[in-house]
Each structure stands twice: as C-alpha cells, then as structure tokens.
Design a binder for this molecule. Structure first.
Ligand code: SAM
Length: 307
C-alpha cells in the first residue's frame, strides 16, 4: 500500500518535471485569458497547476506547444468549444455534503426560526452560487426539509444552483454520489433523502431533485443573469479564486438578487471591509453573512451572542 502511494507520488513528480517550461510572457497571456473570461486569478505559485492541466489537455489533442494551443483555444467555433472543456479542467470543484455545520446552524437560527407559519406557508428561495457538483445545495435542502418535517410545518422550497463548469453541473443534475461522499451526513438524512442505487452509489431522492434547478452561470456575466430574487444566497469557497476588486463586483451583483431581509452567506474570511448601502453585516460566530435591509431592520443575533 505504502509502496503504491510512493509510486503514485513519484509518478506525479516525474510528470511535473517533464512539463514543458512556459515563458513569463506566455504565462501572463494565459493568466489574462483566464481572468478576462472567468474572473479567476492564479497566483504565481499555481503556475505548475496551469502547466499540468494544459499539458494533459494538449496531450489529449496531440498539440505539442503552448503557443499553438493558445491559438487553438482563442480562435473560431472550435476554440469556443475547447475553452468550455478547459474551464472544467482549470476550476477546482472540491466540495462536501454538510461541509460547514456553522452555516447550517446560522440558517436555522437566523432564518428558519424567524419564519412566520401563522400566515400562509412560507416560501424560501435559495441560490447556491458556485455550487460545484451539487453537494452544497442538496445539503441545504435536506437540512431545511428535515427542519420543516420535525416542526410539522411546510414551506415552498426552490433552489437555484449555478456554476461555470458543465461537468460539475452534470454531476449535480444526475445526483448520484458514491457512499464515501456521505461521511459527514447524519444517518437520519441518509435514510430519508438518499436511495441506494447499487455499487455503493446513492441517488438524492426525487422530492429534493424536483425542487432544484442547475444553471450554468459565469460570475462575469452576473449583471445579465435572469436569476430572480432570493431569500438566501450562499457563495462559499468561491471568492478565494478572485482578486479583491472582482470579489467586490461579484458581491455587489449578488446583493441585487437578495429580497429585503434576505441573507448572503460567504465562506469565513472571504471578504473583509466590504460595505454596501443596502447591506448589514450579521453577527454570528464563525459565519460571514450579510442581510439586505428591510424597512424595519431586525438585527440577526446568535442566541447568547454578545456584540
Ligand atoms: C471549491 S468549489 C466550491 C463549492 C461549494 N460552494 C462548496 O463550498 O462546497 C468552487 C466552484 O466555483 C466555481 N467557479 C469558479 N469560477 C467561476 C465563475 N467565474 N463563475 C461561476 N462559477 C465559478 C468552480 O467551477 C467550482 O465549482
């Protein structure tokens, strides 16, 4: 076993050593292309990441130098199709079910517990921005659905899940995951929301799948997005790939999609010092969240939290 791991590591190092060098001028061109088309910035340290992804794809296509591949990607219809494939390779889709327990606890205290069931059945519109392969939005749905079931209440739940990666979205739409993806998921959720479809794989059940809509959306096109107004927008572990100026542009666009009183939840530390006239920071330990003002602003506070 150890031998196999060592062999894998040494093979990876061997492959990296074999990577064709790229001049700084050429590297700057690739960085600019990536940033212009996706907003993503790659620090110098990630040069080996870019080189290895490009090399693998070039090998698949039988292209032997970066210059020819750059020309291929940036020209004509074939280039546009190739770019879509490359973007899938250059984006990081790391995610997990029930990744951030504090976020779920925040949603419960800050949002679910404030719903007014005396009136009509409430509706909750959620947008998972940068949803990767779907684990984040499905976790939210399971959590909220179970909350409602435990309270013997009902709500209309509709979830939009968007990402730039076609491959990642395809996994989310299929909604079939290997059992080792569920290590964080409490047993009662597995029993209730997942159906064993054989070979250690589970399908998210139909009641959740029919309430989620996966959409391809690039952050740089947020201003022309047709996504509606949301009660909760979650954008976690995404902004880290963008420079501060781009992060702020993205956040300012996301605010436009928040209903009054709606909350925007980011990954801890993903922005500092961001201010917006219609947004208040929310105080909740370990969670970075903002609320769109409403006429009577109610400040969300964690029970027992001292401001
Ligand atoms: C690390 S994953 C985060 C997944 C999930 N939000 C979570 O926290 O588990 C980051 C996602 O952001 C997406 N992404 C990166 N650049 C994007 C862009 N310009 N537009 C839309 N999505 C983008 C990637 O494709 C990737 O799936």
């Amino acid at each position: 076993m150890i031998y196999a791991q060592e062999k894998k590591v040494s093979q990876t190092l061997w492959q990296l050593n074999e990577l064709m060098p790229m001049s700084n001028t050429e590297y700057a061109l690739w960085l600019k292309l990536l940033e212009d088309r996706t907003g993503i910035t790659l620090p110098e340290l990630r040069k080996s990441f870019l080189l290895s992804k490009l090399s693998i794809r070039m090998q698949e296509l039988g292209i032997t130098d970066y210059k020819s591949y750059f020309a291929y990607v940036t020209h004509g219809k074939a280039g546009r199709v190739e770019w879509e494939i490359l973007v899938d390779r250059l984006t990081i889709h790391e995610t997990r079910f029930f990744r951030d327990a504090k976020t779920l606890s925040f949603i419960k205290h800050a949002y679910l517990e404030k719903l007014n069931f005396e009136q009509d059945n409430p509706s909750i519109h959620i947008w998972s921005v940068g949803c990767a392969t779907g684990e984040e939005p499905y976790s939210l749905m399971m959590y909220i659905d179970k909350y409602m079931a435990d309270k013997n209440e009902q709500c209309y739940l509709a979830v939009t899940a968007s990402d730039i990666s076609h491959d990642a979205l395809a996994v989310g739409k299929k909604a079939v995951y290997h059992q080792n993806r569920f290590t964080n998921v409490p047993e009662e959720y597995i029993n209730h929301y997942l159906e064993n479809v054989g070979k250690d794989h589970y399908l998210v059940n139909d009641s959740l799948r029919k309430r989620i809509c996966f959409n391809r959306l690039n952050f740089i096109n947020l201003d022309s997005s047709t996504v509606g107004k949301m009660d909760i927008i979650i954008c976690q572990n995404v902004l880290i790939y963008f420079k501060r100026e781009t992060r702020i542009q993205i956040l300012n666009q996301l605010v436009k999609h928040l209903l009054p009183g709606g909350v925007l939840i980011l990954g801890a530390g993903e922005i500092t010092g961001w201010q917006h006239p219609e947004i208040n920071a929310v105080k909740y330990n370990g969670v970075l969240a903002f609320q769109r003002v409403q006429s009577q602003l109610e400040c969300i506070q964690q029970p027992g939290y001292d401001a």
